[in-house]
Design a protein around this ligand. Structure first.
Ligand SMILES: Cc1ncc(COP(=O)(O)O)c(C=O)c1O
Length: 428
């Protein structure tokens, strides 16, 4: 059989009738939406554990048959619905180039930004539609005002590109950069706030915080951290690359004034879509990276002046929002947390296996990191791909060594059983 995942489902009994699997005449997105809609009345707890439901959701994606993908921490594939929208949008932009860019794009961008702002819980005048988190955070880290001798504080577990932006800022201007070496996964939320509090000095003017750490999957208590830092006069920039549309929140819940994310990660929008949020009264204080005098200093659109770009990808953000909202943020996060609990509970019993992520609800969601004694992580990643056909991710940077494992909405329990079996055989 060509598709090993299909074969696995057969063997596990999922497709052979062990579960009730509703069948559709055609695997169309509209049938998926009506199926999801019909299940809306069910409790979170039952839906999250219902493999037959998630089997139908998984059919809303086109997956590779080459390997089992449990490395969804890079970016998310688009659902079929988003992919179809993207193809149509690309065709429109391609067949009508000048007309689209001159006559249609402005109105469309306004509409998309409104939808996105509503989803994020902030006014549309406070968001910029950008290409990714890297762009958003570079604008903030390089553009924020820092007085003489002021420093930017960050931690070893922050994302490497942001560290480079901070180093660049320090190289180009009088601003200083200071890195902390906090092993956050070993600390409670209260200890994390205390550790940052103790690290802030009178020179600290800007603090970079990562909402959800990419290497471990740990979620930081951002609101408490922001409140603590701001009470000391420190401006806080939040890297939300991995938290947005992964765990349920609205931007105001975080209490932050500066925020950047990528929409091609957990929202499942096309590659090259991102968003930056800046509280209205703070926009004027940030210099754009790319020259722009067309808008007032207080207008967030001054950051969107990056020239001709793949406009069709922005257009497809609507479809991604629709797909996400059809399931709902709470259901999505609960299922992802459930999957993580499922595989980590089994792996935790293996000899020499260490879980390097706080697993409690609210402290991680889809992503977790494990270390298996006696193995170099890159070799183990290779073995699991070559011998078991499973893609996971070796991490040996940002002060963490381990394997990052990240299921997604199309991951089913038999997929995770396959992962557990691989680790069980190797750990023997
Ligand atoms: C914590 C964190 N910040 C920023 C980024 C950069 O995201 P992008 O490449 O979409 O700009 C990533 C990417 O994985 C990340 O994990």
């Amino acid at each position: 059989m060509k598709n090993p995942r299909r074969k696995f489902l057969m063997q596990s009994g999922m497709m052979a009738g062990a579960f009730f699997v509703p069948t559709f005449k055609k695997d169309t997105t509209s049938s998926l939406y009506s199926f999801i809609q019909k299940n809306k009345h069910r409790s979170l707890d039952t839906i999250v554990k219902d493999e037959a439901f998630w089997y139908q959701v998984s059919k809303g994606y086109t997956l590779t048959s080459e390997y089992l993908n449990v490395e969804n921490g890079y970016y998310s594939l688009m659902s079929n619905e988003v992919l179809e929208a993207q193809k149509k949008n690309m065709q429109r932009v391609n067949e009508s180039p000048s007309w689209h860019m001159r006559k249609e794009m402005g109105t469309q961008r306004k509409r998309i930004k409104k939808e996105l702002a509503r989803f994020a819980g902030v006014p549309v005048e406070e968001i910029a539609l950008l290409r990714n988190t890297t762009e958003a955070l570079n604008i903030l880290l390089l553009g924020i005002d820092i007085p003489e001798e002021g420093e930017i504080l960050y931690n070893v577990q922050d994302y490497f590109s942001m560290k480079q932006a901070i180093e660049m800022r320090a190289r180009r201007t009088h601003a200083k950069a200071r890195q902390l070496n906090l092993e956050l996964q070993k600390l409670s939320d209260a200890e994390i706030v205390k550790a940052y509090e103790e690290a802030i000095s009178p020179q600290t003017k800007v603090l970079l915080l990562t909402h959800l750490i990419n290497v471990t999957g740990q979620i930081l208590p951002i609101r408490s951290l922001v409140e603590m830092a701001e009470s000391k006069g420190v401006e806080v920039i939040v890297d939300a690359a991995h938290s947005f549309a992964h765990i349920p929140y609205k931007i105001p819940d975080l209490g932050c004034k500066y925020f950047g994310t990528s929409l091609h990660k957990w929202l499942g929008a096309p590659l090259g879509t991102g968003m930056m949020y800046i509280q209205k009264d703070k926009i004027e204080g940030i210099e754009p990276l790319i020259g722009c005098t067309a808008y007032q200093d207080t207008d967030i659109r001054k950051f969107e002046f990056f020239g001709t770009h793949p406009a069709h990808s922005d257009l497809s953000i609507s479809a991604a929002l629709r797909f996400h909202q059809a399931l709902g943020s709470e259901v999505i996060a609960a299922r992802l947390h459930h999957l993580k609990t499922y595989w980590t509970t089994k792996l935790a019993k293996l000899p020499g296996l260490k879980i390097q992520t706080p697993l409690e609800k609210g402290r991680s969601c889809a992503i977790a990191n494990v270390f298996l004694e006696g193995w170099k992580v890159r070799e183990l990643e290779k073995k699991i791909m070559n011998e078991y056909g499973i893609h996971i991710m070796a991490i040996d940077y940002q002060g963490v060594e381990g394997l990052r494992i990240t299921p997604h909405l199309y991951t089913l329990k038999p997929d995770l059983d396959r992962l557990v079996q691989a680790f069980t055989e190797i750990a023997k």
